[in-house]
Every structure is written in structure tokens, then in C-alpha cells.
Design a protein around this ligand. Structure first.
Ligand code: GAP
Length: 504
């Protein structure tokens, strides 16, 4: 547990220190659930997006990409069910004014010799049950209650009976009597479109990009020369007024999604396609460097699925704060297109040449958050090691083992000495040449070992050092690899070939 906290603290600190992620509006104290991406963060995020777009859209013949507006007609969100049902259960603490998600606030009766003598509560975390058990023991001891304490049986607040709610202590104050019964809280951000500020002008910041694909389905079919099965993909910002944004950028209020709707014939084997997409997504995560040891699958139980859903599998990632959803792959039937057809009056159908009949396609939807991938690659790649410097002294090295595909800087170009114009000129010439195709960094300040360490910390896979052999002998440079720290001589064409192979 403490290791996990330390890892998160180390990552948040590195992210701030090296310009990956800053709190939004920091000079005004920040805004909970909003973040800014600094120079390295913006590069890393762009690389994640570009890899996904290239693999999902450009390198496939069956998927097209679109970009739809963030504010859509309010009827979209009525038809999709978001106005009525995009809610989280919310519990207020009337004393502290804090708000909790009811399904993340756990409680348990304290039972001694078969009798309930009080209640304890705790927020969801790695140790929720253990925490509740410890609280129950403390409760019994403080009240000097004799008898045998039974093991706690935690439930969340959505399961609390009205007569229990008044007895459950607020996690904010430790006292009972201030928690409200859970109520549905709609997570969509409302805004007004146009000059009027009445109900007719209410619209929403989209809570998912997916509806853009459904609403534009007809336009893509009519213009895109697509044939079933085919997909429509999009990357863009989504907004959710999360009750408890937390775990750094894992759950924020403004975030970015990469979603794809894969449309199938109504008689197609949806389960086979669902499985193919789960595998595709897992392979893709591996391709950007996430290790199998951190990935797993979670199948949503049938009884918890929405009525239209045939199955949802989440690809889970082992974050320092627990195993959590990274990528959801849902089989949504033809629910969304049918809803929009009914609400708009515009049929959302495809003509089947074989049967000469029209039908509404079914859909498989892989939906992932860019920010969650960003955090996952930082968590999986971060390491602190003890290494020996040039003089044999042991020192700490912080290294981010990012895949070359997504690393913000691909190569650092380092002249061995900054006061030797011929070294500097050669290094700058190489830097300019590399810069035409890759994000590269030129650094001439400080000892070479220190310059390597600076690049290790931001995940740069390779450094090239221009030394006297470069200008006096065969033109080769030293290539130093981040992970092994091994060094070898390399010629310029070989360097470009290496980059071409690894950065795609
Ligand atoms: N169209 C389906 C959909 O939006 P979702 O499971 O609500 O499904 C998909 O969201 C993905 O978006 C999640 O798996 C997660 O990666 C990301 N995501 C959702 N809410 C998020 C939040 N508040 N902050 C960051 N990422 C989030």
C-alpha cells in the first residue's frame, strides 16, 4: 500500500517537475478535476492519439474517422438516454458540505454478540474492508462494549436502508446523522446556446464522443463508400461533472476519449466480433508498451448490464491505487441507432443486397480514455534504480521506460563538449535533420552522464553523442540506449533506419 502511494506521489511529482501535467489554473489554486498538459505531456498525449488513429483508422480499410462537435442538439442526449439516466448516486454530508458517490461510500454495522451496536463507514480504497474492521474494533473498545465482535460485512450506501442512513457516520466528520439518502445526480455539464437563458436554450457538453458517430451514421454511409462490417472512429474531449474526481488524471471532469463504433449485420456473430475487438485493444496496448502483467479483463455480470447490452468487457490496468477500468468494449446491439431513428424520424438503416431488406446494424464499441492510457504508461514505465556513474560511484537513476512509439522525445542529440565549435556544428546539423521527422532534443549543458539522466527521466529512448571520433574518423556517433544504458557506435543511415523501425 505505502509503495503504491509512493509510486503515485513519485509520478505526480515527476509529471509536475518535468512538465508533463500541471493542475489547471494553478495560480488561482487549481480547479478540482481539471488538468493541463505541459510541453512533454502534450507530446506524449499527441503520440498516444496518433498511434491509435494510425492503427485504428489509417492502417485499416474498414474504419473511417470523423470529428463531431462537442455541443450537439439537446435531443441527442434525450434520445441516447443521457438526460434521464446518465447519473451517479450522490450522498451529501450536511455538516461538512462534502459530497460522496454512494457506490464509493461503504458502511458496516458493528455487531457484538449478534446485536448491532453502531455503524462505521469508509471511502472505497484498497483497504476498505480492513479499515472498516479496524474502526469496528476501535468503536467497541471506546464504548467499552463486552462480547464477541463479528467480522464486518461492508455494503455501499446505495444498499443502506432509511433507518440505517441516520446511524451511519459521515467519513468527513466521523459522526452519524449528517448523511442524506442517495439521490440521482446527472453528470452532464449544462450550458446555454444563444442569447436566451431559458430552458429552450439548455444544451450539454458531450459526456462521450460516441453519440457523434451514431448521429452521423447516415451521413457517413451516404458519403463514405463504406460496406458492413465497418467502423466510425473519433478522438475528442468529453466532459463529466464527476462527483469525486480522483487519482490524478484517472477520473477527471474534462478528459479525452478515443471511441470506435463497429457496425455489424444484424445476423452477424456479435460475440466473435466482440472477442476480436477485445483482443485488438489488448494487442494495441502492448504495442505502446503496457506489459501483460498489468493487464486483465473484467466481464460485467449479465444482471448489471443495460437492458440493450449483450455484453461488456473492460480491459483493466493495475494502477498503483488498484486494478481499474482502462478500456471498455461493449456490445450495444442496435439500441443507439434505433433510439435516434425514433427520436429524429430519420431511418437509420442499411440495405441488404442479399435479402433485399433494410435493417438497423448492431454495434461493438471499444471506448478508451487518452488520459487513462497516459497515466498507465507513466505507472508501468516509472522506475528508480541504483546505477554506477563513470567513476564507479553508486547513484540513483529515475527512468521512464516509455515505448519509442509514444515517448515525447525520440532522440537527444548531445555534443560531447559545448566549447568545441566543430562538435557543436555537427550535432546541430544532425539535430536539424532529425527534427524534420521526429521530436528530438538538443542539449549541450553539463556533464554527459547528467545529460543522459535528464533524458532517462523523461523517457527518451536514445541519446546520440557527437565526439571527436565523429569528426576526425568515420563520422559515426555514440548511440546510448535508455533501458540497457549500453553504448555503441552507429552511422547516420543506421540511426534513421532504427527510428524508422521503432517509431511507427
Ligand atoms: N461511449 C461509452 C463510454 O463513454 P465509458 O466507460 O463511460 O463508456 C469510456 O467511458 C472510457 O472513457 C473509460 O473506459 C475510460 O477510459 C474513459 N473515461 C470515462 N470517464 C472518465 C473520466 N471521468 N476521466 C477520465 N477518463 C474517463
Amino acid at each position: 500500500m505505502s509503495d503504491s502511494i509512493n509510486l503515485m506521489e513519485a509520478i505526480v511529482s515527476l509529471a509536475k517537475r518535468r512538465g508533463f501535467v500541471f493542475p489547471s489554473s494553478e495560480i488561482y489554486g487549481g480547479l478540482n478535476g481539471f488538468f493541463d498538459y505541459g510541453p512533454l505531456g502534450a507530446e506524449l498525449k499527441k503520440n498516444i492519439r496518433d498511434c491509435w488513429w494510425n492503427d485504428m483508422v489509417r492502417r485499416r480499410d474498414d474504419i473511417v474517422g470523423i470529428e463531431t462537435s462537442i455541443i450537439m442538439h439537446p435531443k441527442v442526449w434525450q434520445a441516447s438516454g443521457h438526460v434521464a439516466g446518465f447519473t451517479d448516486p450522490l450522498v451529501d454530508c450536511k455538516v461538512s458540505k462534502q459530497r460522496f458517490r454512494a457506490d464509493q461510500l461503504f458502511f458496516a454495522p458493528v455487531v457484538v454478540d449478534g446485536q448491532t451496536v453502531g455503524y462505521v463507514s469508509a471511502l472505497e480504497g484498497d483497504r476498505t474492508a480492513a479499515d472498516l474492521q479496524e474502526q469496528a474494533e476501535t468503536f467497541k473498545r471506546k464504548k467499552a462494549i463486552q462480547g464477541k465482535l463479528e467480522p464486518v460485512a461492508p455494503r455501499d450506501m446505495t444498499e443502506a436502508k432509511p433507518e440505517e442512513i441516520v446511524l451511519i457516520p459521515s467519513p468527513a466528520t466521523g459522526e452519524p446523522g449528517s448523511l442524506t439518502p442517495p439521490r440521482a445526480f446527472n453528470m452532464m455539464f449544462e450550458t446555454y446556446v444563444g442569447a436566451l437563458r431559458d430552458d429552450s436554450a439548455i444544451s450539454y457538453l458531450r459526456p462521450e464522443t460516441a453519440q457523434g458517430m451514431f448521429v452521423d451514421f447516415k451521413s457517413v454511409v451516404d458519403t463514405g463508400r463504406v460496406k458492413l462490417p465497418f467502423g466510425i472512429a473519433q478522438i475528442g474531449k468529453s466532459f463529466r461533472n464527476e462527483i469525486t474526481p480522483r487519482n490524478f488524471i484517472f477520473r477527471s471532469r474534462e478528459f479525452e476519449q478515443m471511441e470506435m463504433e463497429y457496425f455489424l449485420h444484424e445476423d452477424a456473430d456479435w460475440a466473435a466480433s466482440h472477442r476480436e475487438w477485445i483482443n485488438w485493444c489488448t494487442d494495441w496496448l502492448r504495442s505502446i508498451g503496457l506489459p501483460d502483467s498489468h493487464l486483465s479483463e473484467y466481464n460485467h455480470p449479465k444482471e448489471k448490464l443495460a437492458f440493450y447490452s449483450k455484453g461488456t468487457t473492460d480491459i483493466m490496468f493495475k494502477y498503483p491505487f488498484g486494478v481499474q477500468e482502462l478500456w471498455g468494449v461493449a456490445a450495444r446491439g442496435n439500441y443507439d441507432l434505433t433510439q435516434h431513428a425514433t427520436a429524429s424520424g430519420v431511418p437509420q438503416v442499411i440495405f441488404d443486397e442479399a435479402t433485399k431488406k433494410k435493417f438497423t446494424p448492431h454495434v461493438i464499441e471499444p471506448a478508451v480514455g487518452v488520459d487513462r492510457i497516459f497515466l498507465a504508461v507513466l505507472c508501468a514505465g516509472y522506475a528508480e534504480e541504483e546505477v554506477k556513474d563513470d567513476k564507479g560511484n553508486v547513484e540513483k537513476r529515475t527512468v521512464l521506460r516509455l515505448s519509442p512509439r509514444i515517448a515525447p522525445v525520440k532522440v537527444a542529440v548531445l555534443p560531447l563538449l559545448k566549447n568545441k565549435p566543430e562538435l557543436v556544428a555537427r550535432a546541430q546539423a544532425l539535430h536539424r535533420k532529425l527534427q524534420r521527422r521526429y521530436a528530438v532534443f538538443y542539449d549541450e549543458g553539463g556533464a554527459i552522464g547528467r545529460r543522459y539522466r535528464r533524458q532517462d527521466e523523461i523517457g527518451t529512448p536514445w541519446c546520440v553523442t557527437i565526439d571527436f571520433d565523429t569528426i576526425e574518423k568515420d563520422g559515426s556517433f555514440t548511440l546510448r540506449e535508455r533501458d540497457s544504458m549500453a553504448q555503441r557506435r552507429i552511422q547516420e543511415p543506421e540511426l534513421f533506419a532504427l527510428l524508422d523501425e521503432k517509431v511507427y
